[in-house]
Design a protein around this ligand. Sequence first.
Ligand SMILES: [Zn+2]
Length: 399
Amino acid sequence: MAQHGSLCRTFRYRLHPTKLQTQSLLLQQRYQCELYNAALEERIGAWAWERRSVSYFDQCRTLTGLKDFRPEVVASGITLCRGTFRRLDRAYGAFYRRVKSGESPGFPRFKSASRFDALRWEDTPGWKLNTQLRRLYLKGIGEIKANYHRPLMGVAKAITVKREGTKWWLYVSCVNVPAMPLARACSEIGIDLGVVNQIATSDGELKKGQHFGSQTQKNLARAQRQLSTKQRGSLRRRLQVEEVARLHCKIKNQRRDAAHKLSRQLVNDYDLIALEDLKITNMVRAPKGRPDPEQPGAYLPNGANQKARLNHSIHDSGWGQLVSLLSYKAASAGRTVVSVNPYYTSQTCAECLHVDAGNRISQEDFRCLSCGHYDFADINAARNILRAGRALQASACDG
Ligand SMILES: [Zn+2]
């Protein structure tokens, strides 16, 4: 069952820095980018020359010396520099985790100043959020106007100040956020992520995937076409680049809003939410190479294109974002979200549990070869996911 009590959460607020503050923020991003790259170089060098690995804490220890010969880098606080080191440390951690699980990830890379868009204060000194005056004080930068549109909960531990296009955002990470359990809904749901950008529920509903902002999508496509007609280096081109970035940002926000709404609705209505484990789904659905018997070394078509399309639609529908929003809302409300192994969920009859690849008569339709049960394929899968989720929950309660 879900743990009640204190939780971690991040709250997001819009910042309105003045022109001067914007310049200071951009400058500080340049310094932190430099620091990030230097820290990466140190790690690579130590390993290449001495087979010595450098930890986050090793790097933090060098900061006291930095005060004397690069004061501008530590001007906004040691905690900011620690945040930059922590970011590198996370990149390393993610890299080794993925190597361990058998993937072939790219090694952490040096960052260019234009893409280094976030400042992270890893701990409390160096910044202060005044919620009454709606101001964020940043050491070395000043007091920035913040749109404090909803109250913080819990204890603010760390912040990230991020530039997205021309806008600035504040992310406040809080701990000890009190849980707000909801009354029992007496209802449970299984959800299947369909191939054609939709989700199917065990209640028999097909929800169209997040095709939200399709008008914005059209505008974006048009803006991108226009971009290609503009001459390189011209003012018009630069303005068009900004327009494209603005539309990208708008689509992202529309998706986030939609994911917030859907996750809120699911958490309000159901005690147990069972989803397929996307990591396993990707492996199960990954097409294997089919060697061509007539041409050694060549491969027959194997639906890799369809797989690419599936990945695209997963990306498109913001599935990962939905899952993470769902998880924290569920934790706060005392609801349970379980990820189940999706193996056979599309071939199993939800009525009689008969498993047969032939049950699935087409992409959309399912007809059981044993009992004749008919349903939309994705809805049948969603019902199997719910059953698997219930079994998982029951075994967790027993154990
Ligand atoms: Zn059946």
